[in-house]
Write a protein that binds this ligand. Structure first.
Ligand code: 13P
Ligand code: SF4
Length: 330
């Protein structure tokens, strides 16, 4: 029996659901019982009928499932961490708030929103301040909801997502530590200076290159791309929204160039689909999970040794859940 057959056999024997994000390597992705973007994975995993969840993705995704469904055992074949999520911790979060306080913006005038790509600890801080979690598929809605409070939005950790949605809504944004403090004080959406190292690879010059080469090509990008790229795109969306647009909404012979992770783009369509970069934009940590890791995790359930189980302290889970549930309520 080869490793794929063994995985399929173990899956049938055990009380387990395998969850995989679109950025996983093809062979791992194919083993997923549930696949989707960050929002769909959080929702569907929470509702999965099994006691065990194996999450093939990055740490914040597994943590979100554990926060939302603490009764489940969540295991990760690799404890892979999203580089962007790593850019902020509770100390950095508080340091940024202190900068805002020193500039005359009190905590009572700030509503924090964290992109789901953040640790449970950061989500908990946001939860304690009455804030929300958002994902790339619902950021527009959540930011608009947050604005109803009349407060300034403190958006963490992805500055690009904050800047892109501010622009879409027609509001001012500024980044702490990059923009002048006066601009920060005047901004409606104040962004933490985090970013995705993979989506930073796409440049406006890449868009120009493809438009010149194929004048009728469409450009579709993820909102983690720099605003200079997003403003040149025909379509902006989460991973699921990009897939739907490219595989269902545009004609099969329409050329499209896509600004997001390589594994996902590569399996979209056989023809007429290009990656918006001369490099191979793979997410290094998403790419770490292998079939061998997945197999070992399944064996650990069988042997009751439970490798790489996600645990979260009660206090952190309580407040992180509040911030996540506020998102679901919207
Ligand atoms: P999605 O929510 O669009 O799947 O994005 C997750 C992510 O990490 C993109 O880099
Ligand atoms: Fe994080 Fe970027 Fe990888 Fe997405 S692509 S998981 S944001 S490092």
């Amino acid at each position: 029996m080869n490793i794929k057959e063994e995985i399929i056999k173990l899956k049938k024997e055990l009380d387990v659901t395998i969850v995989a994000h679109f950025y996983q390597k093809d062979e791992v992705f194919e083993m997923g019982d549930i696949v989707g973007d960050s929002l769909e994975l959080a929702k569907k995993s929470m509702e999965a009928p099994t006691e065990n969840i194996i999450f093939c993705g990055v740490g914040f995704m597994g943590q979100s499932v554990k926060v939302l469904a603490p009764q489940k055992r969540v295991l990760m074949p690799k404890i892979a961490c999203c580089a962007m999520a790593k850019m902020i911790d509770v100390d950095y979060y508080n340091m940024n708030l202190k900068i805002l306080n020193d500039a005359g913006i009190a905590n009572d005038d700030i509503l924090p929103i964290t992109y789901i790509n953040s640790s449970a600890e950061v989500k908990a801080e946001v939860g304690k301040m009455g804030g929300y979690v958002c994902t790339s598929s619902n950021a527009y809605k959540i930011i608009n909801k947050g604005l109803e409070s009349g407060k300034k939005i403190f958006f963490v950790p992805d500055r690009c997502l904050g800047q892109n949605f501010a622009k879409q809504i027609g509001l001012k944004s500024a980044v702490v530590g990059i923009d002048d403090i006066e601009d920060v004080k005047n901004a409606d959406i104040i962004c933490f200076n985090g970013f995705c190292s993979v989506h930073q690879l796409f440049t406006p010059e890449d868009v120009d290159f493809y438009r010149e080469k194929y004048p009728d090509i469409l450009v579709a990008v993820h909102p983690e791309c720099d605003p200079s790229v997003v403003e040149k795109a025909d379509f902006v969306g989460s991973t699921s929204q990009l897939i739907k647009y490219i595989t269902e909404e545009i004609p099969i012979d329409q050329k499209v160039v896509v600004g997001t992770e390589f594994n996902m783009v590569n399996r979209l369509r056989e023809k007429n689909t290009f990656v918006l970069s001369s490099t191979k934009p793979e997410c290094p940590t998403m790419n770490e999970t292998t079939l061998e890791d997945l197999h070992n995790t399944l064996l650990s359930i069988k042997n009751k040794t439970y490798e790489n189980e996600i645990t979260i302290s009660e206090d952190v889970a309580k407040y992180a859940k509040i911030a996540l549930n506020r998102m679901f309520e919207v």
